[in-house]
Design a protein around this ligand. Structure first.
Ligand SMILES: Cc1cc2nc3c(=O)[nH]c(=O)nc-3n(C[C@H](O)[C@H](O)[C@H](O)COP(=O)(O)OP(=O)(O)OC[C@H]3O[C@@H](n4cnc5c(N)ncnc54)[C@H](O)[C@@H]3O)c2cc1C
Length: 643
């Protein structure tokens, strides 16, 4: 019997600890300064060892939370942050030493999304992924991947409602009445086992490990064309998918740098590279891909070997074939050791997203937005030099993703976030990219808090149009981008105000900040206020006919959605990306209720800014901008006011 089987069938006996993860207090926003994580929860002092079934040397700790998120890629991180910031107690399990999944320094895959690099300019996602991108650009101009890891760690440990367990692998689940009751996870670094009880569980493991353990229905491989009439589908269904990849980085050392490949490196020739360009060398090639025609989970070790033999073979070709004499001074400075996975299990939800859904683009229960083209690869990857490494089917516009594709059809408290959502292979080839995974995570985390508040299952939430509208409005309040859905929050007092400004440009009047849209529609509509910054700055003032009581003001600034913004090692892609605060963004400003200063901010680079203060009763609110991060225009997309 395998160890996993033992652990699931032999009950834990004897000593165990019962502790609570996080605290529901301090909801909404992290308080500053943030207190240190509560390590006594995850390594309780005085715990006894030696009483845990077949694992006599492990210590068992029991945790209880509202939500347990398994997998700390961008989907899991955003699900955890969204749920925690809205007051849920979260346990986040990640089997690696760092967060970020394929975007972490372990794989170094740059994050792309709805704007398709520069292909659909203007459609960068808002919300949590934008917060991360902006912090990274401002604080990591040197493009260091480990600083991205650190940023994600910082965001997560700064949330008092999240208990983070790194290097901890979920390996089992128990059920009661068809629902997941607990999951088991192990951390061999600290010799702990964790039994985690929660009301909701999120599978953000990529490989759907939690869904597997819980007995959720899932799909693998590619659907037959006849099943959904998808143009990207093969004639016959099969078990093939996209392969995994290993990237590398290299640089010019200014002196000759010889290279000797390992003996097991592939012998790569020009014929292998007919459709694969080796013109730039600083950032490896996504098309060094292999194993889509094997089992990307079970055969991971074989896939790693093949990928490393291809990476070293391709580099040998660049250095030693004579075709790239200019590479003489170049040398590898990093090679990934972990195959970055693309395809494996996809959990079946109440709705299975198809190619047609993405082409059509809309759903009444829309909760997230995608836009990367459907981007299919030959499963054989590098072993199919006769084929181009991908086939692309572009959607006419960005598309919405429905809530019904984000929870399991047969396990009532299981959600999916990331590349494992309910989608056919064809649709998955688009939704798998990481900014899309991140916005899906934000949607799931937010939806869970609504289920917790109203004691609903995901299906009950999705089937109630009024509740779905409430969820969409909650998402918009947190800057989630949803195509075609406008902010109509009746609690927003700004909607009852009139507006004046120190000035406005004719195409971007002050009234735009109240029109319910928080982004421009590229080439079509402008939804922001713009005014020239005079010596004394520029201001915008909301006025109410009768005084209102305010406790919170929310401002959305322009952060240059028309540009791409991602951490990448590719010099080509990095061209045009600003690795600093974005110049359009308001930097210094004050919030004033008449003569009373409610907030003063210097050095802002974020798009969404919330200010909470002691209640103030006023008939006016002024936002006085004195500096931007470079532009000579003051710009605001939206002002919201809450009592
Ligand atoms: C080379 C390559 C090129 C790609 N190109 C792009 C691109 O240009 N841009 C882009 O955005 N996307 C790209 N993708 C796709 C993208 O990287 C993946 O689809 C994406 O990472 C999926 O996100 P995720 O959060 O679902 O999973 P992941 O990023 O894989 O994160 C899941 C995390 O869960 C952890 N985990 C797994 N099992 C467990 C467990 N049992 N317990 C605890 N933790 C667990 C994993 O270690 C991992 O860290 C590419 C992928 C590859 C491999």
């Amino acid at each position: 019997m395998k160890r996993r089987d033992l652990l699931t069938t032999i009950p834990f006996t004897g000593y165990s600890l019962y502790v609570f993860a996080g605290s529901a207090e301090g909801a909404q926003q992290p308080s500053h300064p943030v207190s240190a994580p509560r390590f006594e929860l995850i390594a309780p002092p005085g715990a006894k060892r030696g009483r845990v079934g077949a694992e006599p040397h492990m210590t068992l700790a029991e945790l209880e939370a509202d939500v347990c998120v398994a997998g700390g890629g961008l989907a899991g991180v955003c699900a955890a942050l969204a749920a925690a910031r809205r007051g849920a107690r979260v346990v986040l399990l990640q089997d690696r030493s760092r967060l970020g999944g394929n975007s972490s320094s372990e794989v170094k895959m740059h994050v792309v999304g709805a704007n398709s690099h520069k292909g659909r300019a203007g459609w960068r996602e808002g919300g949590l992924i934008e917060e991360l991108r902006l912090d990274d650009a401002a604080n990591n101009p040197q493009r260091c991947w480990e600083l991205w890891d650190l940023l994600l760690y910082d965001k997560v440990v700064s949330e008092p409602n999240i208990t983070l367990l790194l290097e901890t692998t979920l390996y089992s689940a128990t059920k009661q009445n068809g629902r997941i009751a607990t999951v088991l996870a192990r951390c061999d670094k600290s010799e702990h086992l964790y039994r985690i009880k929660a009301a909701h569980f999120v599978d953000a493991t990529g490989d759907s490990r939690l869904a597997l353990e819980a007995g959720a229905e899932f799909r693998t491989g590619r659907e037959a064309r006849s099943e959904f009439n998808e143009s990207l589908a093969p004639e016959k269904a099969d078990q093939e998918t996209l392969g995994s990849s290993v990237l590398f980085t290299s640089r010019d050392y200014g002196r000759p740098m010889p290279y000797t490949p390992p003996k097991w490196a592939r012998k790569v020739t020009k014929d292998h590279l007919k459709f694969r360009s080796t013109r730039s060398w600083e950032y490896g090639y996504w098309w060094i891909e292999w194993g889509g025609d094997f089992d990307t989970i079970r055969d991971n070790e074989r896939i790693r070997f093949q990928l490393l033999s291809i990476v070293t073979g391709v580099w040998d070709y660049i250095k030693n074939s004579g075709d790239h004499p200019d590479s003489a001074n170049w040398a590898l400075d990093w090679v990934g050791m972990m195959p970055g996975k693309r395809g494996s299990r996809r959990v079946v939800g109440d709705h299975l997203l198809t190619e047609h859904d993405l082409l059509r683009g809309d759903f009444t229960d829309a909760v997230a937005m995608g836009g990367w083209p459907m981007d299919d690869h030959p499963p054989g990857g590098f072993d199919r030099p006769d084929l181009p490494p991908n086939t692309v089917l572009r959607t006419p516009e960005v598309f919405n993703i429905p809530l019904r594709s984000l929870y399991s059809k047969n396990i009532p408290n299981l959600w999916m976030a990331g590349r494992n959502i309910s989608a056919t292979h064809a649709a998955f080839t688009s939704t798998r990219v990481m900014a899309t995974c991140a916005v899906i995570g934000q949607a799931v985390g937010t939806a869970i808090t609504q289920c917790l508040d109203q004691k609903l299952t995901p299906r009950q939430l999705a089937q109630d149009p009024a509740r779905v509208t409430r969820l969409q409005q909650a998402l918009l309040r947190d800057d989630q981008s949803l195509r075609g859905i406008r902010h109509e929050d009746p609690a927003d007092l700004a909607r009852t105000a009139t507006i004046e400004a120190s000035g406005e440009l004719p195409h971007a009047p002050a009234k735009n900040v109240l029109d319910g849209w928080v982004r421009d529609i590229p080439g079509k509509e402008i939804h922001q206020w713009q005014a020239r910054l005079a010596a004394e700055g520029a201001w915008l003032e909301l006025r109410w006919p009768r005084p209102v009581t305010l406790r919170e003001v929310q401002l959305t600034f322009d952060t240059g959605f028309q540009r791409e913004l991602t951490l990448t090692s590719s010099d080509g892609i990095n061209k045009g990306i600003i690795r600093a605060p974005q110049p359009e963004t308001v930097r210094d400003y004050r919030l004033l209720a008449g003569p009373r200063e409610l907030a003063k901010v210097e050095g802002n680079h974020q798009r969404l800014n919330r200010h909470k203060f002691e209640p103030v009763t006023t008939d006016r609110l002024r936002i006085h901008i004195t500096a931007t991060n470079g532009s000579d225009l003051a710009r605001i997309f939206e002002v919201r006011c809450y009592s």
